[in-house]
Design a protein around this ligand. Structure first.
Ligand code: AMP
Length: 364
């Protein structure tokens, strides 16, 4: 099966071409201002002859979409109705789909949703403790994101350990530009740190993650900030960037090494938040077979991995300093042999997972 994957983000378009589950071509177009134009470029430049299907990453699938879905006009309308829940993401995803359908009208197109993997989260985790009628009327719930990554990484972790994914409990830590934690029980998501939007949970490059919601009222009422300005503050000027001025963990680590106090504090706030989710999900799962780091920071930043899991020996969580600090790449164990839970690094590959899920649906 030959599958093209399109992942249209707010500022970049990632794409990949797969033949029978193997990557044969791909690329990343950055600083994209016109997603439609970027998708046109991909389709003009890639070898799109004899495509069996196109897999599109779609960020928000709401309550409805729990599996990869063949795209037709009705599905497009449903994704359009979800735009208010993902105003930055679903519109660009839709744009990519529309261009691909126009340019390659005979090719089946499949939507793979970032929220889908989390549709198994039970109500006790998915519900916010607010008036249920208000919540229901407005679709207020914890949806979660990065689902394709958490699904792929948790399954690969089980395979790395030589175990059946259905029997393994994993805490996956997707630490990239956006960051989220997920508790996976037997291959199913049972809790995740992002919520209604990708703003909740961990500290991120420029997003705050968890804060007291009263901060918003205070900034509006007392500081006179508009909701748009507060939205911008929490999404664009917070997280690592807010704390120390740099949103890139590489820069934070470099400055911290030089003794920069602001960078050190940003690092500490970031890692302590990760640790709190690890502890919480450990309690929730009861038994944890593995903790896995992935994405730009998780795959590359050994100091973040070490600090996030420091002093957890009483829970059995130990990071081997030599393994963690080694220049090794790829899927690997960073805890001592035989440690329980295992601590792993598994590079994520959302495009491959989208290709495989697309092929699987089309083969039915
Ligand atoms: P992602 O969203 O997975 O592409 O992750 C991007 C982020 O990963 C960047 O903003 C960096 O903060 C971080 N990153 C990438 N490479 C490294 C590295 N070698 N060390 C630390 N952080 C890194």
């Amino acid at each position: 099966m030959k599958i093209l994957v399109l992942n249209c983000g707010s500022a970049s378009v990632k794409w990949g071409l797969y033949a029978d589950g193997k990557s044969v071509d791909g690329g990343l177009i950055e600083r994209v201002t016109d997603c439609a134009q970027a998708v046109r470029e991909v389709i003009f430049s890639a070898d799109v002859s004899d495509l069996d299907g196109i897999g599109h990453r779609v960020v928000h699938g709401g309550l409805r979409f729990s599996t990869p879905t063949l795209i037709d006009d009705e599905v497009l309308e449903a994704v359009t109705r979800l735009v208010p829940l993902a105003p930055l993401h679903n519109p660009v995803n839709l744009e990519g789909i529309k261009i691909a359908r126009e340019m390659l009208p005979g090719v089946p197109q499949v939507a793979v949703f970032d929220t889908a993997f989390h549709r198994t989260i039970p109500p006790a985790q998915a519900m916010y403790a607010i008036d249920v009628e208000v919540a229901q009327e407005n679709g207020i719930a914890r949806y979660g994101f990065h689902g394709t990554s958490h699904e792929y990484v948790s399954r690969r972790t089980a395979e790395l350990l030589g175990r059946d994914p259905a029997e393994v409990n994993v805490i996956t830590l997707h630490l990239g530009n956006g960051a989220s934690a997920c508790a996976v029980r037997g291959g199913r998501s049972v809790a995740t740190s992002m919520g209604l939007s990708p703003l909740e949970g961990l500290v991120m490059g420029s997003r705050s993650g968890n804060i007291d919601p009263a901060v918003v009222f205070h900034l509006h009422r007392v500081a006179g900030m508009s909701f748009e300005a507060i939205d911008d503050l929490l999404n664009q000027r917070s997280g690592l960037k807010g704390l120390c001025g740099d949103n890139d963990m590489r820069e934070v680590l470099r400055r911290r090494d030089e003794g920069d106090a602001a960078a050190e504090l940003a690092f500490d706030v970031y890692c302590e938040r990760v640790k709190m989710y690890v502890g919480g999900y450990y309690a929730l799962l009861g038994r944890v077979d593995a903790i896995t780091f992935t994405a730009g920071v998780g795959e590359n930043a050994a100091p973040v991995r070490a600090a996030s899991l420091s002093d957890l020996g009483a829970l059995g969580i130990v990071v081997d300093a030599a393994r963690n600090g080694s220049a090794a790449r790829g899927e690997r164990l960073i805890s001592p042999d035989g440690a329980f839970p295992a601590v792993c690094v598994v590079p994520t590959d959302e495009e491959l997972e989208i290709a495989n899920q697309t092929a699987e649906l089309l083969a039915r």
